[in-house]
Ligand binder design. Structure first.
Ligand code: ZN
Ligand code: ZN
Length: 439
């Protein structure tokens, strides 16, 4: 039987990779504009990192990690998310020495053993940013603004930004106690998971999707009523910053996000195209994660964007750009005698920055012309016996059918000039052909 890619993984075919590159380039370009630099961390880490950095009682660590022992008996895990590795690298390499905040982004595959469904794979891809070393609420604004700008640039505009403040280590414990008491009073209305969470981590009950649990939580005490002055002020500054930038948002008191490490700000950009209202981009502040992972206490704020979700939204909104890299010139030759010379020509063109292609299938001239047309090539260079004898090539415009013979010594330079400015390629090509034709 023929082998297939493992369940929950997917090949990105050539027709898709161009679109991925377009999205990735948009993200990289905007990160650079906001002063974020790329960090690449390993795809696997010591399992302990995720126990500490994600939380050993989370679904991710408990049920979804790909954990294995290597040949040296160490427990390693494929990274299920990006933040823990970034924070580990920040601590390990003393990145704070370059001045705070340190603003980083990452892009790459993550792994979780989940039931595969549309937009969710076991190997999935995440783009994310982390800004480490400042409590400044304007840094939260900056991070949210970057997420917003990226989604706008990709024309993913059917989105809603939800924000909340979930308190700090000073005000949250008291709130958690109040919430716990409330949940225990309504214990019989909660699902088994929520009953358990109400003991261990009451805030996480807000993530439960069951309507019976949500009904209980709708009446639960709100964190917004329990914030300390510092948290209150932080949240107010964040909101006024977003107002100032004209970024629309909605305060959602029940938004807590699934991970334990968040403090103060949490936010999600949700798509509004489907009833599911899936999260496209989610993040928040994590003021104790660095210390948790073994560094000095340093605050941080960041977000992650699921790439598969972004691609799905672009597809649904028919906003997927067509990104096939065009071939500028096809060099066709009449018989094997001209192949060497044709190949030399194609190689010279490529060295001069012209995307050029040649046949490798011993096809007839007619078949080569068909191949050129299929590739959408505008210009073909023909090399036959006559051309070789005249030390020339025939230049053919595939759109108009116009042909002209050009000395071989001039053709590379001529095409190099025509294709040197990709911005004006269309116009230049037309101009070039007219000029070459001499009219
Ligand atoms: Zn507080
Ligand atoms: Zn529940």
């Amino acid at each position: 039987m023929a082998l297939q890619a493992p369940r929950g993984t997917r090949d990105l075919l050539p027709e898709e990779t161009g679109q991925w590159q377009y999205v990735e380039t948009t993200m990289r370009t905007l990160c650079a504009r906001y002063g974020f630099q790329e960090l690449r961390t390993p795809i696997f880490e010591y399992t302990q990192l995720f126990d500490r950095g994600v939380g050993s009682d989370t679904d991710i660590v408990e049920k979804e990690m790909y954990t294995f022992q290597d040949r040296g008996g160490r427990s390693l895990s494929l990274r299920p998310e990006g933040t823990a590795g970034v924070v580990r690298a920040f601590v390990e390499h003393h990145l704070e020495e370059a001045g705070l905040p340190v603003k980083l982004y990452y892009l790459g595959p993550m792994f979780r053993y989940e039931r595969p469904q549309a937009g969710r794979q076991r190997q999935f891809h995440q783009f994310g940013v982390e800004a480490l070393g400042s409590e400044d609420p304007y840094l939260d604004v900056e991070v949210i603004d970057l997420g917003w700008t990226i989604l706008q640039a990709l024309k993913i505009d059917a989105i809603r930004l939800e924000i909340n403040c979930i308190g700090c280590h000073l005000c949250r414990p008291a709130y958690e106690k109040t919430l716990k008491t409330y949940l225990q009073d309504h214990r019989d209305q909660l699902c088994a998971d929520c009953q358990r969470r109400s003991e261990t981590n009451p805030l996480r009950t807000f993530d439960c999707k069951r309507s019976s649990c949500q009904a209980v939580l709708a009446e639960a005490p709100r964190i917004s009523d329990a914030l300390c002055d510092a948290c209150q002020q932080h949240f107010e500054t964040l909101c006024s910053g977003l107002d100032m930038l004209g970024i629309p948002y909605q305060k959602t008191a029940t938004l807590v996000r699934g991970l334990d490490y968040y403090t103060r700000t949490v936010f999600e950009f949700k798509e509004t195209l489907t009833a599911e209202a899936a999260t496209v981009c989610g993040g928040g502040r994590y003021d104790h994660l660095v210390a948790e992972i073994g560094g000095k206490d340093q605050p941080g704020v960041g977000f992650g964007i699921g790439m598969e979700r972004v691609m799905l939204l672009l597809e649904q909104a028919s906003r997927m750009p067509s990104t096939r890299e065009p071939i500028d010139v096809y060099v066709a030759f009449a018989s094997p005698q001209q192949q060497g010379m044709a190949f030399d020509l194609v190689s010279q063109l490529r060295r001069q920055g012209v995307a050029a292609e040649i046949d490798h299938g011993r096809r007839s001239l007619k078949a080569q012309m068909r191949a050129a047309a299929r590739k959408g090539v505008r210009l073909v260079l023909l090399l036959g016996e006559e051309e070789v004898a005249e030390q020339a090539v025939t230049l053919r415009d595939m759109e108009t059918g116009a042909q002209r013979r050009i000395p071989r010594t001039e053709i590379v330079q001529l095409l190099h000039q025509q294709f040197s400015s990709p911005d004006a390629i269309e116009l230049q090509m037309r101009g070039a052909v007219h000029e070459i034709n001499g009219c």
